[in-house]
Design a protein around this ligand. Structure first.
Ligand SMILES: [Zn+2]
Ligand SMILES: [Zn+2]
Length: 303
């Protein structure tokens, strides 16, 4: 796979106290997966001024208020209903199983672990589709394009109808949770799977609320954001500002500080780059397709 020339941020070992130092070098690089570079010392860079490529293929105009792309279809609603049903069955089996066996602590603990891991999972998934692939990527192409469009027009998520926003994750949840519902009667497993899958499915709703205006959100949502049970508006707002490479988690955001402080995603990006030669989008200068466009007066007027 060849890497197109562009303005890049390369992560390089720094002699200072900071182990991973972000250093800007304007250059081009070409690599192939068949001949992976085995160490940073073997990389050769030829400095040259180049134009950043257009990395995003999404539409150049934002959706309008009643845009069909923001509306729920009956297919969307059916998938969300199916996903919710599989999650509720899992939770109901957990409660029934706990009642029968008089074991409550372990299922509750398993549910809590599911909630914590859902936040981590949302961050890993969000990081992946923010940084790799494009609209033509198999399976994830639509999600990648949607998230890239979201970075350009973040406010549109608040106009997106509920089932439209959740249907893709609901479909995945339904496929994974249904088999568990059918074969598993362990209340601990049911509690873990039900809470994990439910939080993953609703992560896009938590995300939409993180883009909401405090005065327009239900008071209970604001309260849950303020206590940290839902990702906060301020924490997710930082994800939409330069350098666009942090605060990826969108359930509670509890993992964001740890992941960003320890540069976990930057380490994963380095590993993928040296192993596969694939460069994440966050290493490139943000193009106009990635940076946020402000709302026009007419778009504000239709709110
Ligand atoms: Zn993002
Ligand atoms: Zn967002």
């Amino acid at each position: 796979m060849s890497i197109l020339p562009q303005h890049n941020h390369y992560l390089t070992r720094s002699p200072t106290h900071n182990p991973w130092h972000r250093k800007r070098i304007i250059c081009s690089a070409t690599t192939t997966p068949t001949k992976p570079k085995s160490s940073p010392n073997q990389l050769t860079f030829e400095p040259q001024f180049v134009t950043p490529p257009n990395l995003v293929t999404s539409s150049s105009t934002p959706p309008v208020l009643n845009d069909p792309s923001l509306q729920s279809t009956w297919s969307h609603r059916t998938w969300v209903a199916t996903g919710c049903t599989t999650v509720l069955v899992s939770l109901a089996k957990a409660i029934a199983g706990a009642g029968d066996s008089h074991i409550w602590l372990e299922p509750m603990l398993a549910g809590y672990i599911g909630y914590i891991l859902a936040d981590l999972g949302s961050g890993v998934y969000h990081w992946g589709i923010d940084n790799y692939g494009d609209g033509s990527t198999p399976i994830f192409g639509n999600q990648i394009e949607a998230f890239q469009g979201h970075h350009k027009w973040p406010w549109t998520i608040t106009r997106r109808q509920f089932a439209n926003n959740l249907h893709a994750l609901a479909r995945t949840v339904a496929f994974f949770v249904l088999p568990v519902d059918l074969v598993c009667n362990d209340p601990i497993v049911n509690a873990f799977v039900g809470v994990l899958a439910g939080c993953i499915m609703f992560s896009q709703q938590f995300h939409a609320w993180a883009h909401g205006t405090k005065s327009k959100l239900p008071p209970i949502v604001v309260a849950l954001q303020d206590v940290g049970l839902f990702v906060s508006r301020s924490q997710h707002g930082a994800h939409h500002r330069q350098p666009y490479n942090n605060n990826y988690c969108i359930v509670s955001g509890v993992w964001n500080e740890f992941l960003d402080k320890n540069k976990v995603f930057e380490a994963l990006e380095m590993a993928l780059y040296f192993k596969l030669g694939v460069r994440p989008r966050s290493w490139s200068e943000p193009t106009t397709d990635w940076t946020e466009e402000t709302e026009t007066a007419s778009q504000v007027a239709v709110q």
